[in-house]
Design a protein around this ligand. Sequence first.
Ligand code: URA
Ligand code: URA
Length: 249
Amino acid sequence: MGRTVRDIDISQLGMLFRFYEALGFDRLAVDIPEKTVSNGGDCLHKEEGFKREIEVSRPRTEESLHKQEGLKRLRAEIGDCRRCRLSEGRTNLVFGEGNPDAGLMFVGEAPGEQEDRQGRPFVGRAGELLTRLIEKMGFDREEVYIANTVKCRPPDNRNPLEDEIKTCMPFLEKQIAIIEPVVIMTLGSVATKALLGDIGSISRVRGKTYRYKGIPVVPTFHPSYLLRNVKSKWLTWNDAQVVLKLLES
Ligand code: URA
Ligand code: URA
């Protein structure tokens, strides 16, 4: 049995894919000659990311050494923090990690179980998805900077409370001031609200550009939300395009 090959107007493809998506498809088999494909179907699945020409890491200079030193000093200032109740249940404080010179900074909510255990941000299941997003954007995880709104794991992964966020915010603010990213992508409503105030639900504000102390901020869904709502991944991929444009300009 032969296959029918049909030309489809490229402008209709988006509609076609959304139709399949609405039917619940997460992946589609598409027969395209290899040489014409640079980037696979579902944007956040495990595949080779394509390398971009955008610089997210700026050249190492004296300034970058200053930034590295600044972050070290900030970590020392936080110390064995007991400023809020979250310290009682934590195993490790999760300061954040990445390139002090990053042009792109991600801000999450709070460490989860894996992060608390390892002392590193976004290393659990949500972290895997974030890492894939970063790679799909054409970057290595080490090239960007990843931090959280609060640095200690809330019990049972509950949302951090207002007073906990308020106590921890100066540290995120200082991280941002040291790194001076070109763009910040906030992941989920907690980080978005912490930096931008109460601007509306994440589904209404995602993909738009706001400003925090002059720095463009693009909110998107939290990766944990995307793990539960796979169909929203393409929206986050759209939001990532907004970030890439801002990095380019
Ligand atoms: N979720 C977050 O918000 N931050 C992490 O570091 C891990 C999961
Ligand atoms: N609610 C959130 O807090 N974050 C999301 O990403 C989606 C819904």
